[in-house]
Design a protein around this ligand. Structure first.
Ligand code: G3P
Length: 217
């Protein structure tokens, strides 16, 4: 499963990238705002840093302007994936931009039918938002499973990019279901390493190392 990092924080991306944990990056207007950076400048910096797809989101809501923005974003680097919202205009923009050879990530997906439309419009990635469904007492992971079934039934090549990931458990569950990609904040990815039994076991080993005077170097 591919790991994308859901942030526009360049040092955080660089740290995970050094460990080989970064297969791509996703950004959105809220993450750009949080970075305090200019969208074109920070996106270029991220594209230079990572080899995989870097999603940059359009700001318009009509297809014509989304297409113009998408073309401009795509000029930043070869690894740009233009991100468009899952609206009728977003699907129109998706069809045109993928037809021109660009990667397109269709975002703000909250239903299996929306994901089906995105696949038919040629989306490279579909971004179902797990956490925001959980927030309203629905099960975001059920949506990932439904999309997996539908895409497999018909052989759609659109990659399922599970987004709005809030916990390490979301990531393990997405991996079991067969999401192609997860995108998560850096802290959620690094948090996957934590287990209390690892800490407890290491404490016991360290005590024995000290008591027995075990030394290697
Ligand atoms: O990738 C989408 C993600 O940024 C949304 O996450 O936590 O704001 O729902 P969240």
């Amino acid at each position: 499963m591919k790991f994308f990092v859901d942030t526009a924080d360049v040092p955080a991306i660089a740290e995970l990238n050094e460990l080989g944990m970064v297969d791509g990056v996703t950004t959105n207007p809220s993450l750009i705002k949080k970075s305090g950076r200019d969208i074109l400048e920070v996106t270029k910096e991220i594209c230079d840093l990572v080899d995989g797809p870097v999603s940059a989101e359009v700001t318009a809501t009509d297809a014509e302007t989304m297409i113009a923005e998408g073309r401009k974003l795509a000029k930043i680097a070869d690894n740009i994936a233009v991100k468009v919202p899952l609206t009728w205009d977003g699907l129109k923009a998706c069809k045109v931009l993928t037809g021109e050879g660009n990667m397109v990530n269709v975002t703000l997906c909250f239903s299996a039918n929306q994901a089906l439309l995105a696949a038919k419009a040629g989306a490279t990635f579909i971004s179902p938002f797990i956490g925001r469904l959980d927030d309203i007492n629905l099960d975001g992971l059920d949506l990932i499973a439904d999309i997996r079934t539908i895409y497999d039934n018909f052989g759609y090549e659109t990659e399922i990019l599970a987004a709005s990931i809030r916990t390490a458990n979301h990531i393990a569950e997405c991996a079991k279901i067969g999401a192609d990609v997860i995108t998560a904040p850096p802290a959620v990815i690094s948090g996957m390493v934590k287990h209390p039994l690892t800490d407890k076991g290491l404490d016991a080993f360290l005590a024995d190392i000290k008591e027995a005077g075990i030394s290697i170097l």
